[in-house]
Structures are given as C-alpha cells and as structure tokens.
Design a protein around this ligand. Structure first.
Ligand code: ZN
Length: 142
C-alpha cells in the first residue's frame, strides 16, 4: 500500500466495469432483460471517441462502450470480440496519484487527466502495469 508521504490521493471504490460492444443500444436491453439494469446516462464521449451507456448497480456501474472513431476500441472488438474492456476505480487526488505513479515508473497511457464520461477527470494506467488489465482512474469533477 501507499505509505506516509503520499497522503494527497486515495483509491475509493470500483466506479465501473466497462464492457466493449459494437452497438450500445443493441446490448443495453439484454442487461435490462437479464438483470433488470436500466440505462441512466447515455452519451457520446468526444474526448474518448466512444459512445457510452451507464447502468448503475448499487454504488457502482456497468458501462457499455462502443467506438465512435476510437481505433483502439475498434481493434479490441475485432481481435477479441465484445467483452470486459477495463475496470475503473474512483480516486481522490488524481493528479497527485498520476505524479506518484509516474515517479514510481508505473507505465501510464495518460500522464495527465482528460475529461471523460459524465464530465469526470479520467486517466488510464497501461495494462502491462497490472497483469493485463486496463485500469481507468476516475475522479468526479467538482
Ligand atoms: Zn470507463
């Protein structure tokens, strides 16, 4: 765990598990029919070149994402088909955390946060840092 001297950030919870799909509107009804989960937020995320639908579960969410010009996500779907794409953890102090990770030599996709879905600050940690899992850091914009 993080030790004293790095108190300016905190990992809080899983914000969402993202599922890559070819068509958000085709897949959302499956989640409704099988698990009773409804879409509360539906948006095009310009910064990520994706479409997203958010399906809350308690304190967390399933996020369905499909590419809207996002080449990485298109390639993911071509190579691996639809399925779990990334896990997002909610953090406090995303800039401090990114600085800490960078200084620790953890490979990052984003060294600075971008504005993602729901207007939150987001940044991705490279999957090679975490055993093959793409992890997104999310902080609510205030
Ligand atoms: Zn996400």
């Amino acid at each position: 765990m993080f030790t004293a001297g790095s108190p300016s950030f905190r990992i809080k919870k899983i914000d969402h598990v993202a599922v890559a799909v070819a068509d958000v509107d085709a897949v959302a009804p499956l989640w409704q029919a099988a698990l009773g989960l409804g879409v509360t937020v539906r948006e095009v995320v310009a910064s990520q070149k994706t479409e997203a639908a958010l399906l809350p579960i308690g304190d967390s969410n399933i996020e369905l994402i499909s590419p809207k010009g996002n080449v990485g996500l298109e390639k993911f779907l071509e190579k691996r088909g639809p399925g779990i794409h990334h896990v997002a953890v909610e953090v406090e102090g995303i800039e401090a955390l990114l600085a800490f990770l960078k200084q620790a030599g953890i490979p990052l996709i984003d060294e600075e946060p971008r504005i993602g879905a729901r207007g939150h600050k987001v940044a991705f940690v490279h999957p090679k840092a975490l055993g093959g899992v793409l992890v997104e850091l999310v902080e609510e914009a205030h």
